[in-house]
Write a protein that binds this ligand. Sequence first.
Ligand SMILES: Cc1cc2nc3c(=O)[nH]c(=O)nc-3n(C[C@H](O)[C@H](O)[C@H](O)COP(=O)(O)OP(=O)(O)OC[C@H]3O[C@@H](n4cnc5c(N)ncnc54)[C@H](O)[C@@H]3O)c2cc1C
Length: 364
Amino acid sequence: MEVFTWSRLFWMRNQFVKRCLSIHHLSQAQSGYDVIVVGGGHAGCEAASAAARMGAKTLMITHKIKTIGEMSCNPSFGGIGKSHLMKEVDALDGLCCKICDQSGIHFRILNTKKGPAVWGPRAQIDRLLYKKHIQNAILNMPNLTVITCSVEDLLLMEPENPDHNLTRKTCGGIVLENGDHIRSHTVVLTTGTFLRGQINIGLEVRPAGRLGDEPAIGLAHTLENIGFTMGRLKTGTPPRLDGKTIDYSKTKPISGDKEPMPFSFLNKTVWIKPEDQKLCHLTRTTEAVNCIVKDNLHLNRHVQEETTGPSKCQIMLSSLMHDLKICKMFGDSLSQHSAIISFIDVGFLAMALLPLPHHDTIAY
Ligand SMILES: Cc1cc2nc3c(=O)[nH]c(=O)nc-3n(C[C@H](O)[C@H](O)[C@H](O)COP(=O)(O)OP(=O)(O)OC[C@H]3O[C@@H](n4cnc5c(N)ncnc54)[C@H](O)[C@@H]3O)c2cc1C
């Protein structure tokens, strides 16, 4: 039988402590990532998948798995202003074009009366299908781990080169809401409309990232404290109408292209048969509708002064305020099997001031 002297016991204790410390260091090292992406919206999905494709050990942290790839508003992709951006993402082997080709329900090249340089591929997307496909891609991607939690703070360190007067702090990772630290030298913030976001419904204001989601307050404080200049952007949701209540005989149907052109350079066709595409319906406001809108401007914070700021999407209240006589509106389905129609216009939401749900989110 071994006899334990005090010195032997002391040595064993030290060995035990050293071993614990090394395990602790090991688990800390393992918990570090090459890249941490905060957010699982469009930007987060592209950033995380790009890093993982490059072979980086990547972590996506987002609030909920079920909202990864959520399409916020009118679920469409592309158009004259944004399709070139999608093509650039596709050229980098990004996700959105490939997923649009698997989930679009109405494909159309806009502006074809003009030269090819200004054509704008646009697709109305089935928001449920889009989410399903992108979540499948993200959750099965090699090198990519996804966790759900709120990031409340950044791990900030003194810059490696203090003489570099533009660098005030170096980011070495993130702090989760439960206090855990995760280290990485590359932290990408793709927090969308969540940083101290607010939703306005008519005159009501409430804090929210988007409808049904909490805003990100802690991270907004951190960015402010580091010295970033913060500003507000505003955006608006087009009203949703029950398609069964619309008299389509008074609208002009617009069909998708006979040969839908895929968004992705890698695809030759899209998933849906041309004849199965959903119609889009064009209509116009009348003088009477314009009057109702103008008479109710005071019921909407969106047009009031304190919510000024560049509008991220097409808010057309301004069109009526600038005395346009008639506003065009396009009615699009939200998904393949949904009766809900989203009415959006070339730059305006004519229904926005009617007593219908209308959410304007304003985010830092
Ligand atoms: C009401 C409304 C209407 C809109 N309408 C349009 C439109 O018609 N057309 C258009 O192009 N854009 C519209 N937008 C803008 C829309 O936000 C963007 O188009 C797009 O969704 C932005 O993608 P994103 O990836 O940058 O951010 P988001 O899609 O907003 O995703 C942000 C992600 O970050 C996560 N997140 C945020 N903070 C944290 C944190 N602290 N910790 C962990 N996770 C965090 C969120 O959970 C979410 O997954 C609208 C937005 C809103 C709110």
